[in-house]
Write a protein that binds this ligand. Structure first.
Ligand code: FAD
Ligand code: NAI
Length: 466
C-alpha cells in the first residue's frame, strides 16, 4: 500500500488541476485515471476536439461560401475530412501529453487504472492488466466527471445514433443530421457539420434554445443560426428512433402532445445534457450516496465524509472545464490549510458558434425574478468599426448593472470573438466594479473590445458611437 497526502480520482480539468496544485504546494499526490490518456472529457472528447473542428469548419465555410469571395479571395476549396480529423487528433494527443509533462514537472504520480473507494482514506485501483493496487491518503478528491445523458427509445450505437464523442469522429459528412437538444453541444457540433455540407435539424423539447441563457441572447443566436441554414423544431420531443441500414427514422411529437410525424435522416446526435459519473466508485464503502440526479453534493468542495472532497462535473454547478479548474484550486488550497473560495457568480459561459455567445453573471430574467432594480447598457456590433470592416456585425454586448450602486450584475454578448473578451468583465465583477469603471477605461481602437466600453457607457445613457 502506497501512502499519499492526496489521491485524486479522475484526470480531467478538475482532477489534473487538483493534482498539479497539490504538487505545487508540496503535497505527496497521485492522480488515478482509467483512460489511456490524461485530460478527461475536455481534452479527449470535449472542449478541445470540438474547438478543433469548429475552427477548421469555420475556415472551410468562409472559403467555400461567399465570405472569402466577397473579400476578393477566390478559391475553390475541397474538403479533406480525413486530414481535418487527423489534425484534430494530433492536437488532442499533443495536449494530453502536455498534462503528462505537467505531472512530471509537479511530481504527480499518474496511477493508471480505475479507482474505487475502499473504506476511509483508501483507494483501490484496478489496472488494465487486471492487477490491483491499494493507495492510502489523508484526503481523497473525487473528480470523476460526467457522461452523456441517454434518451430512452433512442439507443446510442455511435454508428448512426451518436453521442458527442461519435459526432466528433464521423467518417463522412452526414446528408441530414438530426440533433436532439438545442443546447451547447447540439449547436456547436450541429454548426460543424452544417458548415461542412450537412443539412441540420435541431429538435428541442422546450420552446426556446439554450435554457438558462439570457432570453434576448438566445433569440439572437437562434436567428443567426437559422439564417445560416440550421433548422429548429422547438417544442418537440422524440418518441423513438429506428435504424434502417444507412438511415434513421425518428418519431417526433409536439412536447405538449399531439400528432406525431416521422423524420428521416442518416445520422442522429443525442445531446440532451450530461449526468455525473460515479459508476463503480465504491461510494458505499465510505457511506457516501448520490442525490436523485446521481450527483455528489458538496459544501465548499467537501462531502459529508471527512477527508472526501468532490469537484467538477460530478458535483453541482455548471458542467464547464474552467469551473472544474476553479474548484480544483480552491479544494486543494483548503486541504493545504489555506483560505479559498470559488465565486460562482463570476464563472463565464461560452458557446463557440459563429457568432459566439459569452455570458457572465445574472440574466435579465433572473434579475426580474429577484425583483432587483437594474439598468441596461447595450451596444450593437453593427456600430463597432472593427466588426464592420471585418463584416462581422451580428450581435451585441449587453451590460446589466444595479440601478442604485451601478455594480455590474451580468454581461451577455453575441458576436465576433466574444469568448476572448468576456474575461474583462469577469475581472471587473471579481473586483465588484461598476459599469462606470469600464466606461472610463481606455480600450484600443479599432477593436471589438470597444463595444464592451460603449455598452458600459450605455448603462448611464451616454453611448457615443451608436
Ligand atoms: P472529466 O473531464 O469528465 O474527467 C473525469 C475523468 O475521470 C475522466 O477522464 C474519466 O475517465 C475519469 N474517471 C472517471 N471515473 C474514474 C475512476 N473510477 N477511476 C479513474 N478515473 C476515472 N467545457 C468548457 O468549459 N468549454 C468547452 O468548450 C467545452 N466543450 C465541451 C464539448 C463537448 C463535446 C463536451 C462533451 C463537453 C465540453 N465541455 C466544455 C465540458 C467539459 O468537458 C467538462 O465540464 C469538463 O471536462 C469537466 O471536468 P471534470 O474533471 O469534472 O471531468
Ligand atoms: P445542455 O444542457 O446544454 O442542452 C441540452 C438541451 O437538450 C436543452 O436545451 C434541453 O432542453 C434539451 N433536451 C433535454 N431533453 C430533451 C429531449 N428529450 N428532447 C429534446 N430536447 C431535450 O446539454 P448538452 O448540449 O448535452 O451539453 C452538456 C454539457 O456540456 C453542458 O451543460 C455544458 O456545460 C457542457 N458543454 C460546454 C460547452 C462550452 O462551454 N462551450 C460545449 C459543449 C458542452
Amino acid at each position: 500500500m502506497t501512502a499519499y497526502d492526496v489521491v485524486v480520482i479522475g484526470g480531467g480539468p478538475g482532477g489534473y488541476n487538483a493534482a498539479i496544485r497539490a504538487g505545487q504546494l508540496g503535497l505527496k499526490v497521485a492522480c488515478v485515471e482509467g483512460r489511456e490518456t490524461l485530460g478527461g472529457t475536455c481534452l479527449n472528447v470535449g472542449c478541445m476536439p470540438s474547438k478543433a473542428l469548429l475552427h477548421a469548419s469555420e475556415l472551410f465555410e468562409a472559403a467555400a461560401g461567399k465570405e472569402f469571395a466577397s473579400l476578393g479571395i477566390e478559391v475553390k476549396p475541397k474538403l479533406n475530412l480525413t486530414q481535418m480529423m487527423r489534425q484534430k487528433d494530433e492536437s488532442v494527443a499533443g495536449l494530453t501529453k502536455g498534462i503528462e509533462f505537467l505531472f512530471r514537472k509537479n511530481k504527480v504520480d499518474w496511477i493508471k487504472g480505475w479507482g474505487k473507494l475502499a473504506g476511509a482514506g483508501r483507494v483501490q485501483v484496478a489496472a488494465a492488466d487486471g492487477s490491483l493496487l491499494e493507495l492510502q491518503a489523508k484526503d481523497i478528491v473525487i473528480a470523476t466527471g460526467s457522461e452523456p445523458t441517454p434518451l430512452p427509445g433512442v439507443d446510442i450505437d455511435n454508428q448512426r445514433i451518436l453521442d458527442s464523442t461519435g459526432a466528433l469522429s464521423l467518417p463522412e459528412v452526414p446528408k441530414h443530421l438530426v440533433v436532439i437538444g438545442a443546447g451547447v453541444i447540439g449547436l456547436e457540433l450541429g454548426s460543424v457539420w452544417r458548415r461542412l455540407g450537412s443539412e441540420v435539424t435541431v429538435v428541442e423539447y422546450l420552446d426556446r434554445i439554450c435554457p438558462g441563457l439570457d432570453d434576448e441572447t438566445a433569440k439572437t443566436l437562434q436567428r443567426a443560426l437559422s439564417k445560416q441554414g440550421m433548422r429548429f423544431k422547438l417544442g418537440s420531443k422524440v418518441g423513438g428512433a429506428v435504424v434502417k441500414g444507412k438511415s434513421v427514422e425518428l418519431t417526433l411529437e409536439p412536447s405538449a402532445g399531439g400528432e406525431s410525424q416521422i423524420v428521416e435522416c442518416d445520422y442522429v446526435l443525442v445531446a440532451i445534457g450530461r449526468r455525473p459519473y460515479t459508476q463503480g466508485l465504491g461510494l458505499e464503502s465510505v457511506g457516501l450516496a448520490t442525490d436523485k440526479r446521481g450527483m455528489l453534493i458538496n459544501e465548499h468542495h467537501q462531502t459529508s465524509v471527512p477527508g472526501a472532497w468532490v469537484i467538477g462535473d460530478v458535483t453541482s454547478g455548471l458542467m464547464l472545464a474552467h469551473k472544474a479548474e476553479d474548484e480544483a484550486i480552491a479544494c486543494i488550497e483548503k486541504i493545504a490549510g489555506k483560505a479559498a473560495e470559488v465565486n460562482y457568480n463570476a464563472i463565464p459561459s461560452v458557446i463557440y458558434t459563429k457568432p459566439e455567445v459569452a455570458c457572465v453573471g445574472q440574466t435579465e430574467e433572473q434579475l426580474k425574478a429577484q425583483g432587483r432594480a437594474y439598468r441596461v447598457g447595450k451596444f450593437p456590433f453593427t456600430a463597432n468599426s472593427r466588426a464592420k470592416i471585418n463584416h462581422e456585425t451580428e450581435g451585441f454586448v449587453k451590460v446589466l448593472a444595479d440601478e442604485r450602486t451601478d455594480e455590474i450584475l451580468g454581461v451577455h454578448m453575441v458576436g465576433p470573438s466574444v469568448s476572448e473578451m468576456i474575461g474583462e468583465y469577469c475581472v471587473a465583477m471579481e473586483f465588484a466594479a461598476s459599469s462606470e469603471d469600464i466606461a472610463l477605461v481606455c480600450h484600443p481602437h479599432p477593436t471589438r473590445s470597444e463595444a464592451l466600453r460603449q455598452a458600459a457607457m450605455g448603462v448611464e445613457g451616454w453611448i457615443m458611437q451608436a
